[in-house]
Design a protein around this ligand. Structure first.
Ligand code: INI
Length: 152
């Protein structure tokens, strides 16, 4: 039986973070958590890049371009239902786009997007009651880089 279970040990890989400026007061906390967790996992500052987009909808194209420069791309955004009638459209296109970029490029593209019904719920997931989605996305990215390296 083969079982692939990789560690969270960083191997010198490059990480590109894409973060949406929409709802910046939330996404800034996701970014802080993400960078802090990458550093705690031993990633050097020189191997982290940060790219801002206007909104979540623009993340998939940006992520696709960044797959040429990084071993993993981490996507951070906050889509809040209360603020938009097109919540469902933006959130589903963002999720589908991120998944298809990852499948097309075979580079891990991590979904660190909060979809919340209210600003309070988004705050809970950006570094308070329910953890920090940016921090967990950083851990997923390091794990996936190691897993892809092992499986390829
Ligand atoms: N973008 C977000 O990242 N979060 C949102 O909650 C949001 N809302 O509410 O509309 C949002 N909209 C902007 C969208 O991502 C695009 O930037 C815009 O439509 C231009 O293409």
């Amino acid at each position: 039986m083969n079982e692939y279970r990789v560690s969270l040990v960083n191997t010198g890989a490059k990480f590109a973070i894409v973060v949406s400026r929409f709802n910046e007061f939330i996404t800034k906390s996701l970014l802080d958590g993400c960078v802090d967790e990458l550093l705690r996992l031993g990633v050097s500052k020189d191997n982290i890049s940060i790219t801002w987009t206007p909104g979540a909808f623009e993340i998939p194209l940006t992520a696709k371009l960044l797959t040429k420069k990084a071993d993993a791309v981490i996507c951070l955004a906050a889509i809040i239902r209360g603020e938009t009638p097109h919540f469902d459209f933006v959130s589903s296109e963002t999720a589908k786009g991120i998944a298809s970029v990852s499948l097309a490029t075979e580079v891990p593209v991590i979904y660190g997007v909060i979809t919340a019904d209210s600003v309070d719920q988004a705050i809970d997931r950006a570094g308070s009651k329910a953890g920090n989605r940016g921090r967990s996305a950083a851990r997923s990215a390091v794990e996936m880089v190691n897993l892809v390296e092992k499986l390829k």
